[in-house]
Design a protein around this ligand. Structure first.
Ligand SMILES: C[S@@+](CC[C@H](N)C(=O)[O-])C[C@H]1O[C@@H](n2cnc3c(N)ncnc32)[C@H](O)[C@@H]1O
Ligand SMILES: CC(C)=CCC/C(C)=C/COP(=O)(O)OP(=O)(O)O
Ligand SMILES: [Mg+2]
Length: 297
């Protein structure tokens, strides 16, 4: 058997489909990382309404919804509030995809457990194809799609986002929601540019280091070490997009909008230890939470 093939899955006709193994040892590390991930902050928030996210939140905290911190229900309300802010983040990303019809196909590059894919289908009625390195995440996302009876429209597969099986020039829109810090940006935007139709839309929400600060700060280095990722600079995003026919239509600094989420999260029982690195780097200007929406020209 070809040693680059690590597993198989079966289509409806039972014809085996070969799933290539990770393209690099690093991708193998990332696949293992997400296969093993089960942090309560992600599972408990997802349990609120069945949308499981691996990204952060934006928007003002609703203090009236939280109520009295002494209340026995306060922690439950806090979890619901963090989850509401994470879903609000995904809605903002989807709101930048442009006019999407039910006949369109969208691509979620680095889809995690699939929360954004479900939201995209519910919003547009379209097909959504997701890729992740993690078989556990893809299984989770596909199980949720079955439970919601939307498996004909929402599908995750184990696949490298830099070499997808999607047809050239077919996707109406594609995105990376906090997943571009795991890949080379030249390779990433070459692939998005290939799969998008001319006039299609690409959107990313990402954390990037700020060239105005100089170099990655110690907080940015801490975030990289925590998640085994490699945060790029804002400048690198702009340059790599320009190199691949992706022309920014909107660049939104979401840093002030994400700080309330982090400050609330830092008070919860579900802290993971990375909260101060985000808060400090957003506050000292070394790190930015950015949305970039670009036209494929
Ligand atoms: C922080 S999670 C974001 C998940 C999802 N976008 C969300 O918003 O919930 C990062 C995701 O990127 C995926 N990823 C990282 N490198 C990848 C690659 N080369 N190809 C496909 N997926 C990748 C991981 O498997 C994981 O699902
Ligand atoms: C903005 C940046 C730099 C993001 C890095 C990618 C990442 C790990 C996102 C959140 O995942 P998660 O939801 O699994 O993380 P956590 O467990 O901290 O909520
Ligand atoms: Mg999370």
């Amino acid at each position: 058997m070809d040693s680059s093939v690590t597993s198989t899955e079966f289509t409806a006709t039972d014809a085996p489909v070969r799933i290539p193994g990770p393209a690099t040892p690093y991708q193998g590390d990332i696949a293992r990382y997400w296969d093993g991930e089960a942090r309560p902050v992600n599972l408990r928030l997802g349990d609120v309404d069945g949308l499981y996210h691996h990204h952060y939140g934006i928007g003002d905290v609703d203090d009236t919804a939280l109520g009295d911190p002494q209340d026995s229900e306060y922690e439950k309300k806090l979890i619901a509030e963090l989850h509401r802010l994470e879903s609000a983040q995904a809605e903002v990303l989807l709101g930048h995809l442009g006019d999407i019809g039910s006949e369109d196909t969208l691509v979620d590059a680095g889809c995690g457990r699939g929360g954004s894919m479900v939201m995209a289908h519910q919003r547009f009625g379209c097909k959504v194809e997701g890729v992740t390195l993690s078989a556990k995440q893809a299984d989770f996302a596909n199980r949720r799609a079955h439970e919601l009876r939307i498996q004909d429209h929402v599908r995750a597969r184990v696949c490298n986002m830099l070499a997808t099986p999607f047809e050239t020039g077919r996707a109406a829109a594609s995105w990376n929601n906090e997943s571009s810090m795991y890949v080379d940006l030249q390779d990433l935007f070459a692939e998005h540019s290939r799969i998008l139709k001319v006039g299609g839309r690409y959107v990313t929400i990402t954390g990037c280091w700020n060239p105005r600060y100089g170099q990655p700060s110690k907080w940015v280095s801490q975030i990289n070490a925590h998640f085994e990722c490699n945060i790029h600079s804002r400048r690198e995003y702009m340059r790599a997009m320009a190199d691949h026919r992706l022309v920014p239509q909107a660049v939104v600094d979401l840093t002030p909008d994400t700080l309330p989420y982090w400050e609330l999260r830092a008070t919860s029982s579900l802290v993971t230890g990375i909260e101060d690195a985000f808060i400090n780097s957003y506050k000292d200007g070394s790190f930015q939470y950015l949305l970039i929406a670009a036209d494929r020209v």
